[in-house]
Structures are given as structure tokens and as C-alpha cells.
Design a protein around this ligand. Structure first.
Ligand code: ADP
Ligand code: MG
Length: 353
């Protein structure tokens, strides 16, 4: 055969590449809203409102009272890999913000219609910005608003036809997952008022979640799950080594949640909600020693040095690499066995702060 038989290797159109990679950062409704809520937390907000239309299918909005975005940053705001949070790779070792890759807003632009309203304390009026799918500002006008930022995403996934159909079909499940995720933030966020509302064409605005901005995790748990459920929990505070502790709550042996596997289990690393399938498995396995009929509620915050893990594992930042995962799991196992051993009759009385 001639040279023509071998297909030519060509670059894919940039806009297409952007859309494809954005679909890996923003997997679903909850990862989209998670990115916006984390931006609000990074901006120092003490009040964050999540407003959904048709369970998020029409639009979702995150309204905060954080520091706002200054006009000098408008053009770069939704450009891929533009961030105010890290400048260098080494900054990842001491990361204290949720965001760091500058991908969320650019990805949301690629997947739907993004608008931003914002004002810093240095401006007298706010600005309303609209963006195109490549992250460029298409319109800018003045608007009245308080200091803070509102980010709105309309018609998420409308640029990915297959995902868009799935999204509409599964919207109630997506919404359920989102509410569970917001619970994770509501529990761990101290001193931050969270409000989530949903409105549909058939019913007016309903409150999905509302916290008071309490400074204690205990109050947050009571707000999210109710006092009865809280009374079924055992506080846990475990020193593993210098600078390493695990704090949280677990169901007492006799009163698990009785629901599905992994339901009402929330894991955090230094207050960052993450997926910890190994920890979940361990907790469930040990709980079964004393209660085979139910699953435990688990709320565990791993307070460990920022140098001992890597958050840069998956685009949605829900997975982590730990430098010494085995010893973490071993210590956790030992502590939980004390609570769940069938022969144990007195619980650990360590108090969480
Ligand atoms: P990252 O959070 O990784 O920096 P994002 O795309 O989520 O990337 O956000 C880009 C930048 O936009 C942030 O670095 C921040 O400077 C700014 N920003 C986004 N959301 C907000 C917000 N709610 N309040 C203030 N600044 C924001
Ligand atoms: Mg971000």
C-alpha cells in the first residue's frame, strides 16, 4: 500500500478537547455545585446559598458573601488553569484551599452557560459578567449587589448531548447525591451558614438544607440529622502520632442507621470532604461484629500534615494518596474495635472539641 493507507495524526479541535476534559472535571450535578461551594469557602464566605431550579436541571446558583472578585481578574476568571490559589507545583504541599487547578469555572463554561455577579469591598457597585463556552467574557455591566459573588450555571451539560440526556433522566438521583454532598459540608463547616433551596414549576421555593452557622460540629450534626440521631453517636478522638489525629463520631453498636451501605458516612481530610472507600469498608466490617442488621453512621475527620497526602489524584479531587495509609488504617481499626467489640461495655469518653 501507499503512504495514504496510514491515517494522518492531527490535533483535535481545541474547543472539542476543552469540552471533553471539562466533562472529566465536572462529572455530575454534585461535582459542579461542589466546585462552586468550595470557591465560596476559599473566598472566606460565612454565608453560602445554593439555589436550584428544577433540582438543578434548569440552573443552579451559588451566592456567597466572600471577598468577591476584583475587576482586574475578570478576563482571566474562567480561563483554564488560571487560579489565584497556587503559583507553583511546590505550593501543592502546603495547600490550604479547596481549589488549586483553576479548572472549575472554565469547565463549567464549556458545559453550560456561566454568569457571574461579584463585588469586592473596594467597589461601590457590583459587576454582572457573562461568558462564552471558551471562558471569554462576552458581556460586562454594572449591577447593585453586596460584597460577594454569585455564580450561575444554566443548562449544565447542554454542550454534551449524550450526557445531557442522561442528566435529565437521572435528575432526581443527581439531586439526592447533591443533598448528601451538601450535608458533608454542612457538618464540617464551622461558623458558616449554608442554605439550599429548590424551586420547580409545580411548587414554589422549598428549603432543602439550612444550617445556623454554629461553631461546633456537634450542633451541625444535630441540625443535619436531628437530635435523636445525634444521641446514637459516639464521639471519637484518636491520636495516631505527632500531628496526626482522627476526630469524629460513629454509631453506637445498638443504633446504626439501618439504611444503605455508605449512607450517612462522611470522611474528611483536614476538613476537606473526600471519598475513603477503605475507611468505609473498615468501619462497616467492624460494626458488623456487634450489629449485623444495620450500617453505622460515620463522620471522621483525619487531621494530618498537608505534606503527608496528595490531593492531585483525580480531576474532581475526591480521591487522595496517603504516604502512610496502612498505619492510619491500623490505628483506626484499633480504636474502632474498642468501641465495637461485643465484650466492651464502656465506651470511650473522649470529647470532640
Ligand atoms: P480554583 O478554585 O482552582 O482556583 P476555579 O476555576 O474554581 O479555580 O476559580 C478560578 C478563580 O476564580 C479562583 O482562583 C478565584 O480567584 C476566583 N473565584 C472563583 N469563585 C470565586 C468566589 N466565589 N469568590 C471569589 N473568587 C472566586
Ligand atoms: Mg475552585
Amino acid at each position: 500500500g501507499g503512504e495514504g493507507d496510514s491515517p494522518v495524526i492531527k490535533a483535535i479541535n481545541k474547543a472539542v478537547v476543552h469540552r471533553i476534559s471539562s466533562g472529566q472535571v465536572i462529572l455530575d450535578l454534585s461535582s459542579a455545585v461542589k466546585e462552586l461551594v468550595e470557591n465560596s469557602l476559599d473566598a472566606g464566605a460565612t454565608s453560602i446559598e445554593i439555589s436550584l431550579k428544577e433540582y438543578g436541571e434548569e440552573h443552579f446558583k451559588v451566592i456567597d458573601n466572600g471577598c468577591g472578585i476584583s475587576p482586574s481578574n475578570f478576563q482571566a476568571l474562567a480561563l483554564k488553569h488560571h487560579t489565584s490559589k497556587i503559583a507553583d507545583f511546590s505550593d501543592l504541599h502546603t495547600l490550604t484551599t479547596f481549589g488549586f487547578r483553576g479548572e472549575a469555572l472554565s469547565s463549567l463554561c464549556a458545559l453550560g452557560k456561566l454568569t457571574v455577579e461579584t463585588r469586592t469591598k473596594n467597589e461601590f457597585v457590583g459587576t454582572h459578567l457573562t461568558f462564552d463556552h471558551s471562558g471569554l467574557v462576552t458581556n460586562e455591566r454594572k449591577t447593585a449587589r453586596q460584597v460577594g459573588t454569585t455564580v450561575t450555571v444554566e443548562k449544565l451539560f447542554s454542550t454534551l448531548p449524550v450526557r445531557s440526556k442522561e442528566f435529565s433522566r437521572n435528575i432526581r438521583r443527581e439531586y439526592g447525591k447533591l443533598v448528601s454532598l451538601l450535608n458533608a459540608y454542612a457538618i464540617i463547616a464551622r461558623g458558616i451558614r449554608l442554605l439550599c433551596t429548590n424551586s420547580t414549576s409545580r411548587s414554589s421555593k422549598t428549603v432543602v438544607l439550612k444550617t445556623q452557622g454554629s461553631s461546633s460540629i456537634k450542633d451541625n450534626i444535630i441540625t443535619v440529622f436531628g437530635l435523636n440521631t445525634f444521641q446514637c453517636l459516639e464521639p471519637l478522638s484518636l491520636c495516631i502520632s505527632e500531628g496526626c489525629t482522627i476526630e469524629g463520631f460513629l454509631s453506637k453498636p445498638g443504633c446504626g442507621s439501618g439504611r444503605n451501605l455508605g449512607d450517612r458516612q462522611y470522611f474528611y481530610v483536614n476538613g476537606r470532604p473526600v471519598d475513603m472507600p477503605k475507611v468505609s469498608k473498615l468501619v462497616n466490617e467492624l460494626y458488623r461484629l456487634s450489629n449485623a442488621k444495620q450500617y453505622p453512621i460515620a463522620i471522621l475527620n483525619f487531621i494530618i500534615p498537608t505534606t503527608s497526602y496528595d490531593v492531585n489524584v483525580t480531576p474532581d479531587k475526591r480521591k487522595m494518596f496517603f504516604s502512610d495509609e496502612d498505619s492510619l488504617l491500623r490505628s483506626l481499626r484499633a480504636a474502632i474495635e474498642k468501641i465495637y467489640s461485643p465484650h466492651q461495655c464502656s465506651y470511650s469518653t473522649n470529647k470532640i472539641k
